[in-house]
Design a protein around this ligand. Sequence first.
Ligand code: EPZ
Length: 433
Amino acid sequence: MDKEKFLIKGLAGSRTLEGEIPVGGAKNAALKVIAASLLFKDDVELKNVPNIEDIKKLIELVRDIGFGAVSSKEHSYIISPKDRISTVLSPEIAKKIRSSVVLTGPLLARTGRVVFPHPGGCIIGARPIDFFLKSYEMMGAKIKETKDKYIIEAKDGKLIGAKIFLPIPSVTVTETIMMAGVLAKGVTTIRNAALEPEIEELAKFLNKCGANIQGAGTSTVIVRGGPLLKTGGVPLSIMPDRIEAGSFLILAALAGKDVTVTQCNPDHIEALVDVLRRSGVKIDIEKSSLRVTCDSRNKKKEFQSLDIKTHEYPGFPTDLQAPMTVFLTQAVGESLVHETIFEGRLAYAESLEAMGADITPMDPHRMLVKGATPLHGKDLESPDLRAGLAFVLAAIVSKGNSTVHNVYNIDRGYESVEKRFAKIGVDILRVSE
Ligand code: EPZ
């Protein structure tokens, strides 16, 4: 994978972007449905799967344990179960993406065993997996930890349903244990479960294929275990990516004259719409699109500062915190940004300060943003996918040229984002380093 960078010519605060920007399939839904394919007896056909790095890596992992996985056409996959599959997740691949840990639930539930490497933390935090391990133990599994991997074996090869309380409503733990419960013996109850819409969508799909899951999308999920699932040949189309939709809406608010974010579900980004509207952004909402207009008369329309605090769904999503901070640098007044979910998700602010933003870190979870400050173009290194996207937004509103390096990080979560940005008028080019 040769390294690439984005060259961006800033708009210096003018609002000239016009047109439609379509949203792709949700990364954080597709990753879990691919993992769920391990619960099936027959082929699982998926549509509207985003063509992004994390998906490619997880497909590699599923192939590596022996499942078939072919991409018949763009954004589609057919995943075929095989009888003889490995219970060992390849460390080389698994260590590259945190979400590989989601495979452990279905694989353990199907085969009675799973071996996988410490997923390792990442730039936004330690990303521990203690809740996964504790839940497996409560479902009767034995866990052996060596210096570089975990060996987990279900008692007599079969997980037993258990009543599990999550200390934190973890998204992937909720999804992974819900999937494991589908093949476990008896009933699994998850209390203090996460409420993300991707969880409800996953359960709906599994129930259509023979699972018995109640309460997904609420804080109590009840799973009655049963046999392997069957799609009966009915394909699943992945839901729209609410974090893409939110990221694009923030771009429209920052630099849009008349921009419509399409093929999305506005209900899934209520917290962001509420914040942007309170700041003064004009947003018209249709069934599957949001339109931002800023009449050219008051091109210098000012947005009001306000505090944002990230929170589990339906609160303000942590994955939109960095893009939102870029918006707040252009709002008039002081805004407190409080990141409650991850302990390392504010580091990117230093680069925004180098572009002219006035940001005062207060502790690992909070910083004060004073606006509105004009930004100037810089050489930027994208640290993780959401901060990387935030740097692209900052470069677009800046005066002068910027380079965003390490575009691989952005490609992990946004498919060919430069093509969609260029179509509404952003001057952005992808070139090799
Ligand atoms: C999911 O991560 C998403 N990833 C993240 O999106 C998202 O930021 C996060 O949910 C919060 O919404 C996927 O769905 C693949 P958590 P997840 O478990 O499930 C702690 C992106 O940019 N925790 O809800 O890993 C954890 O450290 C990514 O698309 C434990 O302590 O997040 C965190 O502080 C980034 N022990 C808190 O829970 C555990 O065993 C919430 O994290 C598991 C988690």
